[in-house]
Ligand binder design. Structure first.
Ligand code: BGC
Length: 970
């Protein structure tokens, strides 16, 4: 367990600062500094390459470099920078060792600066440092030295061959995980050593008896048939002179295990295999290569079977102590054979590694009514358990994992569908034995132990939380414990489902990269964690899996499709509005939140192709009536697919016009602006009645129409009233599903009805967010009524760990906390801080670690209406702060009147709010809120009243006509 790292990851290698003489411009600025800024405390740090600190083995030929500035005072901006890239950590002072010297660049740019030195070569470490100067004349020291190391960039860098076991096995079931090993001699001293490795299946790597790295389930889940990710390991410390041994174990994993709800296995192929290249650089400069191929031995070991859904069976009696160490006698092993050719292109794995992140101690141990023992972990989590056992050789312990207990107190497994989630351990009987599985993961809160010899005690069991090690970037906290629990549940669902890919759920026979779920949750996800490399990698698979006609599969990697690797059915599994639009929406979110232009460039053709596919499906009238659609999915009230699909078509066209604008593609921009206008018009003529109402009056219909800007100004007011009426008619409940829910609160608060959004948020009966919280949930539920009055919803679709409902997190951060990106200055270069308080909360705080540093808000509402708002903006960024219900003259900032406060560049009144422009630093605003305006009464004509009125008019007409007929006949 020592290998478990605290989250976030510890700072890596930081190297010596090397001073060089200053250039005249900087020296000038420094002279000025001494005069104007006595503390001179401008610092530069947190250097990142492609978002990562000192990444290893990346295959980006033009890496992007980012750094942060730290300085006291207010309104500090970067005025310029100088960046240097060198061949060695201490070679910056020799110009012949510089690969790039940007010279002094007058620019505020500190995020994603593209390297433009000598071309990047394979397996090379690039050291870099940066120096900055600020708008107030301060100059930083050179930063500490950071680096990136390139992976293998050229086809001929690959010398290894795929190897596999010669043993025949039955591809219809999971077989033993083959172990591979090879020993080798090394002569002269070792300067450095790297392993580049991947597998068909999931692997664990060993060198000289030690586990290499901390990754689990590598190489992760990818579109292996098109893009085969490889990982790079620095093994310099593990390798030695003389005899060495390298080994790997490979389990079925996503490659050939069960995958997808149709019950398929061998989706990518039926043969697991290993590919490994160990490269050693000796102190004398010579290189040596040990790669998978001839001379490798293989044997089956203790892992009798392993499967992502079904679990692992491990026979400790079959362990082979020392199998990956030098000197091990492998004479009884078989020769590994060729594993065939490459199927997908090798690509460096740029996403955060999947790791064991946290340990959880169980809450309690229960006796299962039907026998055995149940361990309650106290919360729903994703990973596995590690346990201790002593007993006789051959005794077998079976652990079945589930998310809930049934009414009788036994493990509830119906919602797992076919996923067995069972690990089996066969004892070797040598005393105290410890076990944790290798090639599976489970979604669970409860573990049923069957066959455990003796009495299971609480400290025999530890939960191991496993997910992609994304950096936590956000915090959100309020005076309401239920809201805090909701935030915690959202975070736990994100963690559990961000395991290599953004998946829908972690427990049943699915765990797939559902495109719709990912796009709906992406804004929330990016508040909680740094998601740029994670989503960018998944988008590369999306592009690879996109069909030639532009259609985007429902899930990425595309494992359900009739055209993908499985090809088991003729039913198309691609091209659904709201799902496939992830191709456009997610890159846009990454641009908005990280200022990432490259992801737009890389994804552009894919976006275009998807949009033109959607347009052609919609046909000439641009109203998309899909043959198949998921609808709103889990909503209480059905919204017609036509409306959803057409609304998303418009939205994607709108985003495309903005994206083309960002990329400077004028012709495309006007083409998509025009398309957006035409789809808007089509939407109105199809779905808005002549009286200005939507023809389908569902909350989702209103929310999408308002959110995607599909209505005229006149229609907006009416739609908003109707939406509020409907919410009230439902007893202040939402009726939305996956598609409508993320849009609901934003359109309410965005149109002056934050009160109603708060009412929905505080609702505690189903359907609502807090219903699950109050029912004891610790993760987000797929269904609003996942479990109500003791009964579970339909087990076919009742994941208790599904993040989409957690899309409310975006609203909590952006409206309660008030942190918003600004499309005009993306990446939070300029932020819009606009919290909207509510009397049900006495305080709320939110923070976000952006590419510039930490943005934060923290407000308090004191009785009766005293409002205190503290905000902090990082150096080299600015913000607009919207002070709600304020008059400029009555606002104080840190005790001063606004006009007297330094760091505030502009103050303006906007309706009943005051908007101030600020630069970096901390600010404290205080004032008495203006009284709330009386809230408009619901329109007299609610839908039910309207129905009654129509009925009455109908009856009246019929009566009148009858009367007239009678008169005529007379
Ligand atoms: C998944 C969802 C997904 C949906 C399609 C489900 O089985 O779990 O999250 O979006 O299918 O509607």
């Amino acid at each position: 367990m020592d290998a478990i790292k605290q989250h976030p990851t510890a700072v890596g290698v930081l190297l010596a600062i090397v001073a060089i003489s200053l250039s005249p411009a900087i020296a000038g600025a420094r002279a000025q500094t001494t005069a104007s800024s006595p503390d001179g405390d401008l610092r530069v740090g947190d250097l990142r390459t492609e978002y990562v600190e000192n990444p290893l083995g990346i295959d980006v030929r033009i890496p992007r470099l980012s750094w942060k500035l730290y300085a006291s005072g207010r309104g500090v901006m970067q005025a310029g920078y100088r960046l240097q890239v060198a061949v060695g950590v201490d070679s910056f002072s020799r110009s012949e060792f510089l690969l790039w010297d940007s010279g002094e660049v007058r620019s505020e740019r500190s995020v994603n600066v593209r390297y433009s030195g000598a071309p990047v070569e394979s397996r090379r470490r690039y050291y870099w440092r940066v120096q900055v100067w600020s708008n107030d004349g301060r100059v930083s020291e050179w930063s500490q030295v950071a680096f990136w190391e390139s992976g293998l960039l050229e086809d001929d860098d690959w010398a290894a061959d795929w190897i596999t076991s010669p043993l025949e096995d039955d591809p219809s079931v999971s077989g033993p995980a083959p172990h591979f090993r090879r020993s080798f001699e090394l002569g002269s001293g070792v300067e450095s050593a790297r392993i580049y490795a991947t597998s068909r299946g999931v692997y664990e790597l060993f060198l000289n008896g030690q586990r290499v790295g901390e990754r689990v389930l590598a190489p992760g889940f990818a579109s292996y048939n098109r893009r085969m990710p490889y990982q790079t390991y620095d093994v310099t410390e593990l390798i030695r002179r003389g005899e060495n041994a390298v080994g790997a174990v490979v389990g079925d994993g996503w490659y050939r295990g069960f995958l997808g709800f149709p019950g398929d296995r061998n989706v990518f192929g039926n043969q697991i295999a290993l590919f490994l290249q160990l490269e050693v650089v000796h102190t004398d400069g010579t290189r040596e290569l040990v790669s998978s191929g001839e001379g490798w031995m293989t044997a089956s070991g203790p892992i009798l079977s392993s499967d992502i859904y079904n679990g692992e069976t491990y026979d400790a009696r079959a362990e082979m102590p020392g199998w990956s160490s030098p000197g091990y006698d492998d004479s009884s092993w078989l020769r590994a054979v060729s594993g065939g050719d490459n199927t997908g292109t090798f690509v460096a794995d740029l996403a955060p590694p999947v790791r064991r992140i946290e340990q959880v101690e169980p809450l309690r141990i229960l006796n299962a009514p039907s026998g055995g023992t149940i361990v309650d972990m106290g919360r729903n989590l994703v990973g596995w358990v590690r346990f201790r056992v002593s007993g006789e050789e051959g005794e077998t312990v079976r652990l079945t994992h589930g998310e809930a207990l049934d009414a009788g107190g036994d493990l509830y497994t119906a919602n797992l569908r076919t996923a067995a989630q069972t690990d089996t351990y066969i004892l070797k009987g040598t005393g105290e034995e410890w076990f944790e599985p290798h090639f599976t993961f489970h979604g669970f809160r409860y573990v049923h132990f069957d066959g455990y010899p003796g009495r299971l005690e609480i400290d025999d069991v530890t939960g191991v939380v496993v997910h992609s090690d994304l950096e936590l970037t956000g915090t959100f906290e309020t005076s309401d414990p239920n809201l805090n629990q909701l935030q915690q549940n959202i975070l736990w669902s994100q963690e559990g489902n961000f395991l290599s890919i953004p998946a829908d759920c972690p427990q049943r026979d699915e765990r797939l990269g559902w495109t719709g779920d990912a796009q709906l949750f992406a804004p929330t996800a990016s508040f909680n964690m740094q998601v740029a490399p994670f989503f960018s990698q998944w988008l590369r698979d999306l592009r690879a899996d996109q069909y030639e006609d532009g259609s985007v599969p429902w899930v990425i990697p595309d494992v359900l499709t009739s055209r993908g690797p499985a090809a088991t059915s003729d039913v198309p599994t691609a091209g659904v509005g709201g799902w496939s639009d992830a191709a456009i929406i997610i890159p846009w979110e990454l641009y908005l939140r990280y200022g990432d232009v490259r992801v737009l460039e890389e994804q552009y053709e894919s976006m275009r192709a998807w949009l033109s596919y959607a347009v052609s499906e919609a046909g000439d009238d641009l109203v998309w009536k899909p043959d198949f659609h998921f609808g709103d999915w889990t909503g209480d009230v059905e919204t017609p697919p036509d409306l959803i699909a057409t609304a998303y078509l418009a939205h994607s066209a709108d985003l495309m016009s903005r994206i083309a604008g960002v990329l400077g593609l004028e012709a495309d921009r006007s083409e998509y602006t025009d398309l957006f206008g035409r789809v808007q018009a089509a939407f109105r003529s199809e779905f808005v009645s002549i009286f200005g109402n939507l023809s389908y009056r569902t909350q989702t219909a209103y929310a999408l129409a308002l959110r995607f800007d599909l209505l005229t100004d006149e229609q907006i007011g009416r739609a908003l009233r109707s939406l509020v009426d409907d919410i009230r008619e439902q007893g202040t409940h939402l009726t939305t599903g996956f598609v409508g829910t993320p849009a609901l609160c934003p359109v309410l608060s965005g149109n002056g009805r934050a009160d109603v959004a708060y009412d929905l948020l505080f609702q505690s009966t189903a359907p609502s967010w807090l219903f699950a919280v109050r029912s004891g949930a610790t993760t987000m539920w797929e269904q609003w009524r996942g479990r109500e009055a003791g009964a579970f919803a339909d087990p076919e679709l009742n994941s208790l760990n599904h993040y989409v409902g957690g899309a409310i997190g975006d609203w909590m951060y952006s409206t309660i906390g008030g942190i918003n990106p600004d499309v005009e200055a993306p990446g939070f270069k300029h932020a819009i801080l606009s919290p909207i308080p509510d009397s049900r909360l006495t305080h709320a705080s939110a923070s976000l670690r952006t590419m510039y540093g930490t943005l934060s808000t923290n407000w308090e509402l004191e009785n009766p209406d005293r409002f205190l708002l503290e905000v902090a903006v990082p150096v080299n960024a600015t913000a607009s702060v919207r002070l709600p219900r304020a008059r400029a003259e009555s606002v104080l900032e840190s005790g001063e009147r606004l006009i007297a406060s330094t760091g505030i560049s502009r103050v303006r009144e906007n309706g009943r709010d005051v908007v101030v422009e600020i630069g970096s630093g901390s600010y404290l605003f205080s004032y008495s809120l203006l009284p709330n305006l009386p809230i408009e009464q619901p329109s007299p004509l609610t839908p039910s009243k309207l129905r009654l009125l129509l009925l009455f008019l109908l009856l009246l007409t019929v009566t009148l006509m009858r009367g007239r007929r009678r008169n005529t006949l007379r």
